[in-house]
Design a protein. Structure first.
Length: 74
């Protein structure tokens, strides 16, 4: 079994959200991540487990994060 490690761009595509949403989720400690020489990385297995554990609240969390980011752009 290969532990696949994803970048910010890849995880945003995987979760179908904006990259800024990923940065926000990581900053707030909501998304499991680690840094390699200053760049965020994500183990796909950790993300899949995170999705399973958070299915109920995940839609609200991402929706609220993206709504707040749109407000920041004004």
């Amino acid at each position: 079994m290969v532990n696949q490690v994803l970048t910010i761009k890849q995880i945003a595509e995987y979760l179908q959200v904006n990259e800024k949403t990923i940065y926000t989720l990581v900053r707030e400690g909501d998304l499991p991540a680690f840094k390699v020489r200053g760049q965020w990385r994500f183990k796909k297995e950790d993300i899949e487990n995170w999705i399973e554990e958070n299915k109920e609240s995940l839609k609200n969390l991402i929706s609220n994060t993206e709504t707040n980011e749109k407000g920041d752009q004004s």
